[in-house]
Design a protein around this ligand. Structure first.
Ligand code: FAD
Length: 551
């Protein structure tokens, strides 16, 4: 009624004011083209995957500048560091996932999500081919293609079985939320099975033998979490079978947690021994059947142990094909225009190249027992560039720089022998590159943030190629290359104790670090919703203990 009575000139004034206001905002923001044209003038960015890398890119990209399309077989982001807690019911699965649509809901600009898997990238025609299993299209096969201006590949990695027979069929992997839920059910089923009547002692023991393959942070955290679950909660509920429980951790190397400081490794190993967790270091798993695990050790030879529940927790390899997604420091995939790779799929590839390179040099060195000649090293470099032709320029100015300097220094010298110390220094540089790139959520998330920030400034840079006046003297306006900033790492060891290794060689293990772990992991949650859920799950666990129903 009020609107009807308002004079027409006043209504026109309101419309005009709102219109001018919007236009001014658009012009001020340098976004007039995009807003006026709808999607027409905007470049289309397609993101593959909604893991750490994809989600952090999505969270930071300015959706008013680009048409953002996401393709992933799951429509949510998972906070993977808390997956081991889901396996024992310390936190609920739903508390650690964030729907993708929630991440971009409050932002203006076009955004589309397709629940599908990309199975082919056609960089020549700038197209990706996808397959969805949630519905069928006109052709009835669920396949469709999407074109892109920029493609961000963040498909992560899949678990590596090292082609060990029986691993795929008989082991649980811990990668997705569904895996954690399956493990939880399986653990509880083992307890129920062991409690059945008419079972021999041997059978009860076998059912309650939990074997964890891999002594890295995830394997150790899971073993510790399981030990707490068994002793803190299940022991009261299954008093008759408690004595049969055995947890083993099998590690191929000499120690567990090798990526941590030696003090942490020692503390963790001693703690596990005290608590009765069976640590089998220097054991390599060679076969897994539905009844037992076969492993070898240089002292004992081949041994087989029966198990009830078996988990393979470490090592990931690239999704899909074995071809590497080699990227440069700006995260551009070499040899493919406008394709970027972030997260594990890029990191593991980079590591693989570096490991290959280091191995080639080591073999060359071994042949000549420390007397590498200039010719030989030139030959090895040629080999590497032939193997990774798209990365030649990048490798030459980065990882291989040490070797080129070495060759330069030997020019004109009488002896054609290389300085072995310099050679070792150059090789150490390559090794340090491998260590500098762990395949972790930290790296993936920093790469996603970095790339989104570059994309948000891309147009400004294209319009002013010489850059702002203050940097014109320094040449072209470019983005700084990606640099990983290590913020430290945690290893929860159970019994409310956590090991922490923070920058500046700060190492601490104990109850106080557990509280630091709680606060860091709560603060790193993707939204206030998941933060509240996770904290309340921890609270519930303190008061009522973990839930032992196999739901
Ligand atoms: P992911 O997070 O694996 O995401 C890959 C995405 O790609 C997924 O959404 C997947 O559905 C999608 N996808 C797969 N194939 C396709 C396709 N063909 N087309 C489209 N989409 C596809 N790191 C830490 O820093 N700290 C920790 O404490 C820690 N704990 C961990 C605990 C566990 C149990 C695990 C498994 C990992 C842990 N990590 C930790 C490592 C960390 O989770 C990974 O490094 C990180 O998830 C890598 O992120 P990403 O985006 O590259 O891959």
């Amino acid at each position: 009624e009020a609107v009807r009575r308002t004079p027409r000139w006043q209504k026109r004034l309101v419309v005009l004011t709102v219109g001018v206001g919007t236009l001014t905002y658009a012009v001020q923001d340098n976004r007039v083209l995009q807003i006026c044209d709808g999607t027409g003038n905007k470049k289309k960015v397609v993101i593959l995957g909604t893991g750490w890398a994809g989600a952090s890119f999505l969270r930071n990209i300015d959706t008013s500048l680009y048409d953002v399309h996401v393709v992933s077989p799951r429509n949510y982001f998972t906070f993977t560091p808390l997956l081991p807690s889901v396996t024992c019911g310390t936190v609920e699965a739903r508390s650690i996932v964030e729907p993708v649509r929630n991440i971009v809901r409050k932002r203006n600009g076009a955004f589309r999500f397709w629940e599908a898997e990309c199975f082919k990238i056609d960089p020549t025609n700038k197209k990706i081919h996808c397959r969805s299993d949630v519905g069928t299209n006109i052709n009835g096969n669920g396949e469709f293609s999407v074109d892109y201006d920029y493609l961000i590949v963040s498909v992560g990695a899949r678990p590596n079985t090292f082609n060990t027979p029986g691993v795929t069929e008989n082991c649980h992997f811990l990668k997705e939320v569904e895996d954690a839920q399956k493990i939880r059910k399986s653990v509880l089923k083992c307890f129920e099975r062991a409690s059945l009547p008419n079972l021999s002692e041997e059978e009860r023991k076998k059912n309650l033998h939990f074997v964890v393959i891999g002594g890295g942070p995830t394997g150790v955290e899971f073993a510790a979490e399981l030990h707490d679950f068994v002793n803190g909660d299940l022991a009261k509920l299954y008093p008759d079978v408690k004595k049969y429980v055995n947890i083993s951790v099998i590690e191929a190397g000499g120690h567990i947690l090798t990526m941590f400081d030696k003090r942490i490794t020692k503390f963790a190993e001693e703690k596990f021994k005290r608590e009765g967790i069976d640590l089998k270091t220097n054991f390599k798993v060679v076969k897994v059947s539905d009844k037992d695990i076969t492993m070898t050790n240089s002292d004992t030879g081949e041994v087989s142990v029966p198990y009830g529940c078996n988990l393979k927790l470490e090592e990931f390899i690239l999704q899909g094909s074995r071809r590497v997604l080699a990227t440069d420091e700006w995260l551009r995939v070499q040899g493919c225009e406008d394709v970027y790779a972030i997260g594990d799929c890029a990191t593991i590839a980079q590591r693989k190249v570096m490991e290959d390179v280091a191995a080639i040099f080591r073999v060359a060195d071994k042949d000549n027992s420390g007397t590498l000649t200039v010719e030989k090293i030139k030959h090895v470099l040629g080999d590497i560039y032939e193997r990774y032709p798209q990365m030649k320029l990048y490798l030459k100015s980065n990882q291989m720089k040490g070797f080129h300097d070495l060759l330069k220094n030997s020019e004109g010298k009488e002896s054609k022998e290389l300085n072995i110390e310099e050679f070792k220094k150059a090789l150490a540089q390559v090794d340090s590159q491998v260590k500098m790139l762990p395949a972790t959520a930290q790296v993936a998330s920093q790469q996603g943030d970095y790339l989104a920030r570059c994309f948000n400034r891309m147009q400004t840079c294209e319009q002013n190629p010489e850059g702002p006046i203050r940097i014109r003297g320094e040449g072209r306006h470019r983005f700084k290359p990606f640099r990983y900033r290590h913020l430290g790492q945690f290893a929860p060891l159970g019994g409310e104790q956590t090991a922490a290794q923070l920058p500046g060689d700060w190492v601490h293990v104990g109850h106080s670090t557990q509280w630091l772990w709680y606060s860091v992991y709560a603060s790193k949650q993707f939204s206030w919703r998941t933060r509240m859920l996770v904290v309340s799950d921890w609270g519930k666990r303190f008061i009522f203990g973990r839930d032992s129903s196999s739901l």
